[in-house]
Design a binder for this molecule. Structure first.
Ligand SMILES: CC(C)(COP(=O)(O)OP(=O)(O)OC[C@H]1O[C@@H](n2cnc3c(N)ncnc32)[C@H](O)[C@@H]1OP(=O)(O)O)[C@@H](O)C(=O)NCCC(=O)NCCS
Length: 187
């Protein structure tokens, strides 16, 4: 099944759509602004992040849609089209109909409910368009913002899985949350 690249998901003030090449400059600006907030949790978010890195990310996301393996969206303000963050379904497991969900929100737009809403929007896409049965969110145990976001979106905490996350240098434990389709039927 090929999914249209012009997929747009709207809910309240948010718009999710696949990354496009002309988003690269806004992406670079959002990441550079957010290094202090994101860098602790996301190993790729470091000083020196530049336009080439943003362009490379967009290219890889376009390929992910083509391959049907990685469905990455920019999160935008629906009215102003300002870039607010990023969310995506990856690590798709075709056999078990599951995937992982990752996200970040730029520093200047955090704590306004953006991530919690975007999680539900992306999960709905995963359940309806990809027929997923399970979407995992895995956070470092001390990442309270991410854990609270998962809970707020309706995901259930299942376990701290040992050595679940490879951070580029070492394996770390991960707090595993999951959403199943029924979770989105609740408010
Ligand atoms: C995690 C992150 C995406 C949350 O984005 P956000 O848009 O600020 O989240 P929301 O406003 O939707 O808040 C969701 C919940 O998390 C809570 N929360 C948000 N930031 C928090 C923080 N720094 N500390 C504690 N709780 C926090 C909110 O209060 C809310 O819970 P509540 O409804 O019980 O009050 C953002 O902090 C981020 O980008 N962090 C760095 C990247 C990251 O860790 N990504 C996840 C990797 S697993």
């Amino acid at each position: 099944m090929t999914l249209p690249r012009d997929t747009e998901i709207v809910d309240g003030p948010l718009l999710l759509r696949p990354w496009r090449p002309d988003d690269a400059r806004a992406l670079e600006a959002a990441v550079v602004e957010s290094i202090d907030s994101l860098g602790r949790w996301l190993p790729w978010c470091r000083a020196g992040y530049d336009l080439a890195a943003a362009q490379d990310w967009v290219r890889r996301c376009e390929q992910g849609w083509t391959d049907g393996e990685h469905f990455a969206f920019g999160i935008f303000d629906r009215a102003s089209h300002e870039l607010l963050g990023s969310i995506g379904l990856n690590q798709r497991n075709h056999l078990h109909r599951s995937a992982n969900l990752g996200y970040w929100v730029r520093m200047s737009c955090q704590r306004r409910g953006v991530a919690a809403t975007a999680v539900r929007m992306a999960a709905r896409f995963g359940f309806r368009q990809l027929a997923l049965q399970r979407i995992e969110i895995v956070a470092l145990p001390d990442n309270q913002a991410s854990r609270r976001t998962a809970e707020r979106a309706g995901a259930r905490f299942e376990a701290v899985a040992r050595r679940r996350i490879w951070d580029g240098e070492q394996a770390k434990d991960g707090a595993v949350y999951a959403l199943v389709p029924e979770d989105l039927e609740q408010a």
